[in-house]
Structure formats: C-alpha cells, structure tokens
Design a protein around this ligand. Structure first.
Ligand code: GLU
Length: 480
C-alpha cells in the first residue's frame, strides 16, 4: 500500500500555524513512508474563501519547504461529485430532505435547554410522508439534506496518536446536515464532513492526519464511509498548540499565520524545525534538524497526546542557531528586504562587498532577521543621536584631544584597512599618554553614539567605507 496523506486547508485566512504544523506531520509521515503528500484547498464556503488566502497558504507551504506531490485540488471545482454522492445517499434512503425553519430549530433547542438536555436535532423530518413533503415544498420552504445517524451505534477507531477512541453516535447531535438549504428538489452547497469524505475516498487517502479538534468529525465521517461502502482510512489526531497559560494558541497571542512569523524575522528552516517539535520529539533527543532529517526518524509513537506548549524562547534559540551558521551571502539575501523596508539606502549589487562585511559582523549576534535592522542602523545613518552614557564618556578629561588626534590621523594618513586603523589607535594612545581603554571607549561613544554594540574596530572599518566616521567624530568633538 502506498501511503497517501493530504493537507486540506480552508482559504478563509492566511496559513495558520496550526494548519502548517498539521502539514508538517503529514509531510514527515509521507516522506518517511515514501508516500504521497496531497494539497487540497477546501473552498466550498464561497463567502469566506478568498483567492489571496489561497495564495498565502501555497506560498507559506512552499516557503517552509513542503512541496506537495499532487494538487492543489480545489473543492469548488468538484461540486458535481459531492452532488452525485448526496443523491446516492438520498436514493439509498440514507439521507433525506429536512424542511425545518430556523425559528422551528431555535424553538426545538430552547425546549431541550429548558429540560436540561444537550441541544441536538431530534430527527423530526426523518420519516416525512410524501404528502407532508409536498406540503412543505408547496409552502416554498428550502430544504437541507440530512444524513441519518443511528443513535444506537458506537463508533471506534484506533487512533495512531491517541490509541482506541470511542464515540457514541447519540452524542453526535442527531442526523447531520450534509448540504445547506436549497429550494425543493435541488441540493444546496455541500458541507465539510461530506465533501471531505468524498474527496478522501476519491483521492485514495490512506491516513488522515489532522488536529484533535476534528475528533467528533471523525466519528461522523466514519459513518459516512460506511454508508458509501468505502474503506475507512487510518486516523491520527495531533495535539493542539497551546499558549503559555495552556489555552489554545490564538490571535491574542500575537501571531496566527506563517506570514506573521516570516515578518517577525524567523527563517523558514528554523520555523519548520520548531514545528516538528510541537508535539513530536526525535528518538535521540536532538532538537535541531531539517525536515528531511526529521522525516527519516518520524513515527506516531513519538507524537504526544497532550497539548504542545508554544515556547518562544526555544523558537528564538533555534532561529539564532540557523542565523549564526549562515554564510554572509545567504544572510544578506534574507536581510535585504528588511533593510529596504526600514528605508535604508542600499543597493544589493553595488554595495555587495560592503554589505557582506556587515553581515559577517552582525550575523553572530542575530536572533531574528529584524534584529539586523536595529544592529545596522548605525551604518546607514550619517548622524546619530548620542545616548546619555556616550555623552558622559565624551566629557571625560583628555577625550577631546584623543578624538582630535584620531581626526588628524585620518586626514593625514587616510587609513583604510582594519590594521591601519588599529595602528592609528595605538599611535594616538601613545601620543596622548592615555590608557587604551579610554581611547576605545571614547571612540565607540563617538562613532556609535552608544557604549554597547558590535566589535568596535571592525565596525569602524565598515563605517569608514561609507565615509561616515569623520562626520561622527566631528560631531562628538562639538559635544565636548
Ligand atoms: N478544511 C479543514 C480544516 O482546515 C480540514 C480538516 C481535515 O483535515 O479534514 O480544518
């Protein structure tokens, strides 16, 4: 048997972290088994589905490195198939038209509530006589299609993550709607549970891997598989992603979509790596790997049942590891869009050598790509504000003469290399008869406007190529 799995996002929003993590587990399993990973866009909800969300989802999956083997298939282009299947269910007497008005359904639920019962459809239109049906149709009432659920059934499956799962059909809320209301004798828009089963059968899906919020749907879907005489696939329900307080991760936690993470400066391999750890762990306890490496080791035995806490520190740590290991050229490619967005005037080709030096300088201290913007500001702006501690440093005795000495040296010798600049610092230190620490600290205050930052001498050499150092030193001198 060839393993065939699918990711089936609804394009009613950007690619959500939960969907992306589900995609990761599907992808890992497919690759581990040498199977197929299929992309199906569940866009039957015409009002909420938008092409820009589909774009975002496809781009996000590609960005994360999860190419699909088949698809994307669009449910909106498969409506005939769902219609035919619903007709088959109607013909076999396994489904029926129900004509209840919204007011009648509300009244039914109110009555159930008053009796302390859980709300459910009471199957009142299951056995309408042809005369009753005709009367409703004559009234012009629209009809939904309901699939009959036998309340006496117990549904069980052996979940690949959770082990044996059992559901009572009586807990499924009564006969379920499989198509929205349409005028009599027609079939309305098919609903999720029906479309998903029709597609999973048609696409020969062998393993349905999805979030545990779909467990009740699985029970309903198994009844549909049986009604359609199809083999039931294996199911794996992956744990939810939780925030720090143990609630389901939501918009309130500051992120929802993969494109948000992208904007925040996370790199794709780090985020993909992190998502594999949201509910799964490698047998050797290693936490850093590519998707391809994780696929070699992946099995459902090591997927947790308990919710997976989202850990920003771990994601940041992983991201920093990937950034620190990156070659300057690769880093530059990723950082340039952030520079451009920050309004830094750079030309990726003419300034390339200079930018590569800058990447080599800041790369080892980045956690997110966005940090590159802050850490490089000083290289892109001719004049800088001076922080208070930098001002204080510049007021110390002897500092004015040091800065003047450096300025004089720059004018007379025009040093360019790192070594030449180091020689200049040593010469000025000697000539002024001060400690080297004073020179270095003052130079940092003057050039960076702050007392912390990346390596001073390397930063200076890079800054000098832009010609900003003389102006800064003069400005610092004016402060003294
Ligand atoms: N469209 C559904 C969702 O996005 C798919 C669920 C499933 O995998 O069956 O939740």
């Amino acid at each position: 048997m060839t393993v065939r799995v699918r990711i089936a996002p609804s394009p009613t929003g950007n690619l959500h972290i939960g969907t992306a993590r589900t995609a990761v587990f599907n992808w890992l399993f497919a690759r581990h088994e040498g199977g197929q990973f299929i992309l199906r866009v569940e866009d039957t909800d015409e009002e909420r589905s938008k092409p820009e969300f589909t774009e975002n989802i496809l781009a996000g999956l590609r960005w994360l490195g999860m190419e699909w083997d088949e698809g994307p298939f669009f449910q909106s282009q498969r409506l005939d198939l769902y219609g035919q299947t619903i007709q088959t269910l109607l013909d076999k007497g396994l489904a029926y038209r129900a004509y209840d008005t919204p007011e009648e359904l509300d009244a039914m639920r109110e009555a159930q509530k008053a009796k302390g019962q859980a709300p459910r459809y009471d199957n009142r239109h299951r056995d309408l006589t042809p005369e009753q049906q005709a009367a409703f149709e004559a009234e012009g009432r629209p009809a939904v299609i309901r699939f009959k659920i036998d309340d006496s059934r117990t549904i069980t499956w052996n979940d690949l993550v959770r082990g044996p799962v059992t559901w009572q059909a009586s807990d499924l809320g009564g006969d379920m709607v499989v198509a929205r209301a349409a005028s009599a004798a027609t079939i309305g828009q098919p609903l999720y549970n029906l479309a998903v089963v029709v597609d999973d059968i048609d696409m020969a899906i062998t393993h349905v891997i999805r979030g545990e919020d779909h467990i009740a749907n699985t029970a309903k879907q198994i009844l549909l598989y049986e009604a359609l005489g199809a083999a039931v696939p294996a199911f794996a329900h992956t744990p939810l992603i939780l925030n720090q307080t143990g609630q389901k991760l939501s918009k309130r936690d500051g992120v929802t979509s993969i494109s948000d993470f992208q904007k925040m400066g996370f790199v794709a391999p780090a985020l993909a790596n992190y998502m594999t750890l949201l509910g799964w762990s490698a047998p050797d306890a290693n936490e850093r790997f590519t998707l391809a490496d994780a696929a070699k080791l992946f099995s459902f035995d090591r997927v947790n049942k308990a919710g997976a806490k989202f850990d920003w520190d771990k994601l940041d740590w992983l991201n920093s590891q990937y950034l620190h290991d990156m070659q300057p050229a690769a880093l530059l490619e990723l950082v340039l869009p952030y520079f451009q967005e920050a309004g830094y005037t750079v030309d990726g080709s003419t300034d390339r050598d200079w930018l590569l030096l800058l990447m080599a300088l800041i790369g080892p201290s980045l956690t997110r790509l966005t940090d590159a913007v802050d850490q490089s500001r000083f290289f892109f702006t001719e004049t800088l504000p001076f922080a208070d501690d930098a001002k204080t440093q510049l007021q110390l005795e002897g500092v004015a003469a040091v800065i003047q000495g450096i300025l004089d040296g720059l004018t007379s010798q025009n040093p360019a290399s790192l070594d030449d600049l180091k020689t200049l610092v040593n010469d000025v230190t000697k000539a002024q008869g001060v400690k080297k620490g004073l020179v270095m600290k003052s130079l940092r205050a003057a050039l960076m406007g702050a007392l912390q930052g990346p390596d001073l001498m390397e930063s200076w050499a890079i800054l000098r190529q832009r010609g900003f150092d003389v102006a800064r030193l003069k400005e610092a001198l004016a402060l003294v």
